[in-house]
Design a protein around this ligand. Structure first.
Ligand code: ASP
Length: 451
């Protein structure tokens, strides 16, 4: 049994809906479908979720949101008419309710959630599946955090009663539901996940029904070894472990919402990222563990710009107990998250995000002086970090050697090296202006020269 989730670009208009319908009908094991709101139909277009947030803003600012709402409505009508299901879903009536609720001061979460809700109704009608409102099965605690236990029980109980269903992504309900669905009480308690959160709903449903796989359909064929904005037509990652993905996602590689991993990971349910525009492509498999070797020694490369380093020196630092703690205390007190802390015998470097650090820079510097009395403190900006990630690195000799000789040949000056204890990644600090050049050099040595 498979749970399938379709992103906004896969459900943007009637034409893309048709592809989705074919995909779902092509495999009878695709039994539970989670949808996003209609996304962009091309460059310059807007996502329905963004338009709905705009409606809410306009209302709050005392403006009339009618024209924005009419725009949203036209998008749903195009889908309903294009698929010949206008008699099954009364889009006009749905919008009358939404408009009334907006005017009555419904929350931003409620307004935004209507994109998934209505798209789910349309998709269910088009597929001939049952529609199950996420407010019925997805629950949040009163403090707004996700209530995993209740959700899991409600979802699995509800889905046991139905063989084929569509469940909208992105939202649920705080607390318990009133018997009379869609009451004013419900509307006030609709809550969304963070942006991109339909991925999480898909994962929740996959866990609740004990799916064999969670297929996440989007507009790319999975994860690429490197960012396509830097490497033209990069190789695809066939299989990646959850841990590797975490490393790459942390460094900015994004296809899937980060929180979508947790519900399925512990259950050993693999996630398969697939491309709606190329359904025959196997995409990328995200798994807990695998005996499959990556095609290349490395699984992926990702990186982020705009880091700062605070370089600290002190004679006999190595024998001064508590020195590192005192330095880090200064960052903690100012609520700055520390990214990496490579150290030498009498030196210590702290990497932080430049934008967070700059506002509090002088407070931190003076606190480090006060707490740790270093001999020298120096700040460097415009640094980038690159993570080379691969489960195969542990058992392969010479990976670090190849990375650094490639960087040397490309005339990239390496400013920092950090190998995680799991040997799953090597993190390299370079100057921001060398960022793209460094990624290309690493990609070439591990991928291009192997093809
Ligand atoms: N529609 C929501 C968003 O744009 C959720 C999602 O697509 O996953 O963030």
């Amino acid at each position: 049994m498979k749970v399938v989730k379709f992103g906004g670009s896969s459900l943007a208009d009637a034409a893309s809906f048709r592809k989705v319908i074919d995909i779902v009908h092509a495999d009878k094991n695709r039994r539970y479908v989670v949808d996003s709101a209609p996304g962009k139909r091309g460059d310059g277009d807007e996502k329905v979720t963004d338009l709905l947030y705009r409606c809410k803003r306009e209302t709050e600012e005392g403006q009339d949101c009618a024209s924005t709402l009419a725009f949203v409505r036209a998008r749903f009508e195009e889908i309903a008419n294009g698929l010949d299901i206008a008699d099954k879903v009364q889009v006009a009536d749905e919008f009358a309710v939404i408009e009334k609720n907006i005017k009555a001061g419904a929350s931003a979460d409620y307004v935004a959630s209507r994109g998934e809700y209505l798209n789910g109704k349309l998709l269910a009608a088009a597929l001939g599946f049952e529609f199950i409102d996420a407010a019925e099965v997805v629950r949040f605690h009163e403090d707004g955090t996700f209530d995993q236990e209740t959700t899991n029980v409600l979802t699995s109980m509800r889905l046991e009663q139905t063989e084929y269903a569509v469940i909208p992504g992105f939202y649920g309900l705080i607390g318990t539901r009133d018997d009379d669905a869609d009451t004013a009480g419900d509307i006030a308690r609709i809550k969304t996940f963070s942006r991109g959160g339909s991925d999480i709903t898909g994962s929740i449903v996959a866990r609740a029904v004990g799916a064999d796989a969670y297929e996440n359909w989007t507009d790319v064929s999975g994860f690429m070894v490197a960012d396509p904005r830097i490497i033209e037509d990069p190789a695809r990652i066939e299989t990646i472990t959850y841990l590797e993905l975490r490393e790459l996602a942390y460094m900015g590689a994004s296809v899937l919402h980060e929180d979508a991993i947790f519900p399925v990971r512990k259950q050993g349910i693999p996630i398969n990222i697939r491309n709606t525009n190329d359904p025959d492509d196997e995409g990328t498999w995200i798994v807990e563990s695998t005996a499959k070797k990556s095609r290349y020694v490395i699984t992926g490369i990702a990186g982020k710009k705009d880091f700062c380093s605070i370089n600290i020196e002190k004679d006999m630092m190595n024998s001064e107990i508590g020195f590192i703690r005192r330095v880090l205390q200064a960052f903690e007190d100012q609520e700055i998250s520390v990214e990496h802390v490579p150290s030498g015998i009498d030196t210590l470097t702290v990497f932080v995000h430049q934008d967070e650090f700059i506002a509090k820079e002088q407070a931190i510097v003076s606190e480090i002086h006060r707490l740790a009395a270093p001999d020298l403190l120096e700040i460097e900006s415009d640094l980038a970090l690159i993570a080379v990630v691969g489960r195969g690195m542990k058992s392969t000799r010479g990976t670090a050697g190849r990375i650094f000789s490639a960087l040397a040949h490309a005339a990239v000056n390496v400013r920092m090296i950090d190998q995680g204890s799991s040997e799953l990644n090597i993190i390299i600090g370079v100057e921001t202006r060398d960022f793209e050049k460094a990624i290309r050099a690493i990609y070439d040595i591990f991928v291009t020269t192997q093809i």
